[in-house]
Design a protein around this ligand. Structure first.
Ligand SMILES: *[C@@H]1O[C@H](CO)[C@@H](O)[C@H](O)[C@H]1NC(C)=O
Ligand SMILES: *[C@@H]1O[C@H](CO)[C@@H](O)[C@H](O)[C@H]1NC(C)=O
Ligand SMILES: [Ca+2]
Length: 334
């Protein structure tokens, strides 16, 4: 019997092995999403701290003080790969995102996450408790696996029509390494499903729905909007997310709700106050001309304050004006 060594030349054998390997790798059943494939070895545990900076000093316009006062919903975070997206600027909101952005309810988002987990696009979903004020912290621990190295999250701005802050597909694994620490400033987004302009606008569905857009100090370009600050080129950050990799071995837990004591890293951030200019109504029409005919009369018109100035914004102008006139009864007598 001939040995294969003598039958197949060495170079051909090598070639066959290479071809075989290539075929096997191509036929590998789980197609790893190429762009986000994380080559880090093993999982990584992170602590996530969400900090709200929504104060009346920084956002004085229409700052909600009661029923309900300014606050944050629970935070929803998911780990996933590039075959899933929780939300995306410029794209329509899913039903889950719409319900969460409008009502702060996570049931539908949970269902969507379950579907995504079935098709192996999503790792885990995490939730934290809400924050009963505009300024405050919430936190949770995350477990990141190489097959789902992206992090997305959302927190609803309460009260608001359909506004939220969030992160879309932050990659925590870069060049085969888990990132050690990340800080991200968050700005408000509009889910495009409710047309209210102000924090406490009544429910007013947008039909047809629009895509998700960022809310800026200039956009929507309408003075009624609660975040419209024409003097600012940029809104101060409404919130911040800080992620820190934990050195100890990760705890494998899914769907867990937690509210950790904040780690020592509490660097209080200092932002300057936002000046808010006074806004007044249009003038009323002129009143009746009052006064004796001999000296001519005086008439008045008034306007009222729509928005009180704050933080050294422009003071309110005169609210009353008068002008000389001739009383009607004098004209008819001439
Ligand atoms: C990754 O996949 C996308 C399609 O999902 C493809 O367009 C792109 O060329 C791929 N990139 C690489 C580096 O293979
Ligand atoms: C809304 O998003 C969809 C899907 O991403 C896109 O096709 C459409 O052009 C967007 N519409 C607008 C007005 O940007
Ligand atoms: Ca809206």
């Amino acid at each position: 019997m001939m040995s294969s060594d003598t039958f197949i030349p060495g170079w051909l054998q090598h070639l066959l092995i290479v071809l075989l390997k290539l075929t096997l790798s191509c036929a590998s059943p789980v197609r790893v999403a190429n762009e986000t494939a994380c080559t880090a070895r093993g999982a990584a545990s992170y602590i996530l701290v969400f900090t709200g900076h929504w104060s009346s000093q920084m956002f004085p316009k229409q700052y909600p003080l009661f029923r309900p006062p300014a606050q944050w919903s629970k935070l929803v975070a998911v780990t996933h790969n590039d075959q899933y997206q929780l939300w995306q600027e410029g794209a329509p909101a899913s039903l889950g995102v719409q319900i969460f952005a409008e009502l702060g309810v996570t049931v539908e988002l949970g269902k969507e996450a379950k579907e995504a987990r079935k098709r192996k696009a999503l790792g885990s979903m995490y939730r934290t408790a809400g924050i009963p004020a505009g300024v405050g912290h919430s936190s949770t621990e995350l477990l990141l696996l190489p097959r789902s190295p992206l992090l997305s999250l959302m927190v609803k701005v309460i009260p608001s029509p359909d506004w939220f802050v969030g992160i879309d597909s932050l990659n925590l694994c870069e060049m085969g390494q888990w990132k050690q620490e990340v800080t991200i400033d968050l700005h408000p987004y509009d889910a495009g499903t409710d047309s209210g302009f102000t924090f406490s606008s009544p429910n007013f569905p947008t039909t047809p729905p629009e895509n998700i857009t960022m809310i800026t100090s200039q956009r929507p370009n309408h003075p009624a909007n609660s975040f419209y600050y024409p003097r600012l080129t940029e809104l101060p950050p409404l919130a911040t997310v800080w992620l820190k990799r934990q050195t100890r071995s990760p705890v494998r837990q899914q769907n867990h709700v937690s509210n950790h004591i904040l780690p020592h890293h509490t660097k209080p951030q200092q932002f300057s106050e936002t000046p808010l200019d006074c806004e007044v109504s249009l003038w009323s029409s002129w009143g009746l001309c009052m006064g004796p005919c001999s000296r001519g009369g005086v008439r008045h018109r008034t306007r009222y304050i729509l928005l009180k100035p704050a933080n050294s914004g422009a003071p309110c102008p005169e609210l009353e004006e008068q002008s000389q006139c001739t009383p009607h009864n004098c004209l008819t007598q001439q």
